[in-house]
Design a protein around this ligand. Structure first.
Ligand SMILES: Cc1cc2nc3c(=O)[nH]c(=O)nc-3n(C[C@H](O)[C@H](O)[C@H](O)COP(=O)(O)OP(=O)(O)OC[C@H]3O[C@@H](n4cnc5c(N)ncnc54)[C@H](O)[C@@H]3O)c2cc1C
Length: 383
């Protein structure tokens, strides 16, 4: 039998206290809404992630009132692509990004949410929801409790149940062969680069992110079936050499399949945010930044009572990143072209830098310049 807990108590009920859910809760409080949040886990929550926060994601965090001091992580100033002998490095044309352990990021977000007045409730698993006619939502929790709210935000990650319960999932037209997964591990080792390094190999990539003065994170993304970190790591001899006999200092964590289609990000009184709102791939390393932009847009829409506005803003936020991810995945599958692209970018570091400016929302499209296409094409032909 269900027990009704708080009929009509909160304006917004968030399911999922990961980065997306916490950022949304904080942004909603900033917009003057009352917020409750439930998560099935106990903080501090760790997760498979490359842990590179792009400059625009950092700026979002600052707007949410979270000062990302250097003690919280390690700045990175660009991206370095490494494919065998080919190396290309692009520097951000604006402020740096930050490598930050998920646990430290989670701690900072939880603290900010508490201070902002979000009612946080841990170790409570959502098991179902019902949209009420005439508005409002009821969320069922394990044990039979029911919480009601005016709006419900599904921030419950890649395999979102809220997305499923609210019939907001999409159709995946790609076959199981194109499924991609991720796994991460940390090493006690002083970072050797002030960039996030991306090592490319056949069917997989490794991301090395400096996360502290004596710690680097390595995340590997791959296509296909089950695999473990050690087997995958051997596809990157240059990286294996770099890591030497450094000691691993975290438990391996995996995630996937990464691609999770979504039909709609808002329906009735329910909205989705973060990975729950659909996910393509981690190849561009910006899931956190996207989640924070979405959180801000969703809070604005909820405060004005117009969820349709969130649908529009979500499309806008994801348009360029989605195009970038599709392009990177297409190149990833074509090793000869990939090597050419990296050689071309190596010869045009300023161009690479401008792409990063675009990618991190620092530069508008038109700043790429009319000559970008022809120049890149010329370099590709030369490579
Ligand atoms: C290998 C890998 C590398 C990545 N690298 C980067 C990177 O370098 N930079 C970057 O920006 N992004 C990266 N990403 C993406 C980034 O990790 C995600 O986009 C981000 O974690 C999304 O946060 P979220 O809050 O949406 O989901 P999550 O962090 O998954 O949080 C979901 C929360 O919902 C809770 N939950 C789930 N179900 C229920 C339920 N039924 N009831 C209650 N609570 C529930 C969970 O406990 C969890 O706390 C990477 C991802 C992977 C897999």
């Amino acid at each position: 039998m269900s027990r009704r807990l708080n009929d009509g108590a909160a304006d917004v009920l968030v399911v999922g206290g990961g980065p997306a859910g916490l950022a949304t809760a904080i942004a909603c409080r900033q917009a003057g809404l009352s917020v409750s949040l439930v998560d099935r886990s106990q903080p501090i929550i760790d997760k498979a992630c490359g842990e590179g926060l792009m400059p625009d994601g950092l700026a979002c965090l600052q707007r949410l009132g979270i000062a990302v001091e250097s003690s919280l992580g390690r700045p990175f100033f660009g991206i370095r692509y490494i494919d065998g002998e080919s190396v290309a490095e692009g520097r951000f044309p604006g402020p740096p990004g930050q490598g930050i352990r998920r646990t430290r990021l989670h701690q900072a977000l939880v603290h900010r949410a508490e201070v902002s007045g979000v009612a946080l409730s841990w170790q409570r698993r959502a098991t179902g929801l019902r949209q009420r006619q005439g508005g409002g939502v009821e969320l069922e929790l394990q044990g039979g409790e029911v919480i009601s709210a005016r709006w419900l935000v599904g921030a419950d990650g890649l395999r979102s149940r809220v997305r499923q319960w609210a019939s907001m999932g999409g159709v995946d037209i790609a076959g199981p062969g194109s499924r991609r997964f991720g796994v991460r591990r940390h090493y006690t080792l002083a970072p050797w680069s002030d960039c996030v390094e991306v090592y490319w190999a056949e069917g997989c990539e490794a991301y090395v992110t400096p996360v502290a003065a004596d710690e680097v994170g390595v995340a590997i993304l791959w296509s296909g079936g089950a695999a473990d970190f050690d087997t995958l790591l051997h596809a990157f001899p240059g990286l294996v050499e770099r890591l030497g006999d450094a000691v691993s200092c975290s438990r391996d964590r995996g995630a996937g399949p990464l691609r999770q289609p979504v039909g709609s990000v808002a329906r009735g009184s329910v909205a989705l945010v973060g990975d729950a709102a659909g996910y393509l791939d981690a190849i561009s390393g910006e899931g956190l930044s996207l989640a924070f932009h979405q959180a801000e847009a969703l809070a604005t829409a909820l405060a004005s009572g117009r969820l349709s506005e969130y649908r529009r803003r979500h499309r806008q936020i994801c348009r360029l990143p989605s195009a970038m991810i599709r392009l990177l995945l297409w190149i990833e599958k074509r090793p000869a072209l990939r090597q050419r692209v990296i050689k071309a970018l190596a010869r045009e570091p300023r161009l690479f830098s401008r792409f990063l400016g675009l990618h991190s929302r620092h530069l508008p499209w038109h700043r790429l310049g009319w000559s970008t296409g022809p120049r890149l094409l010329w370099r590709l032909l030369q490579a």
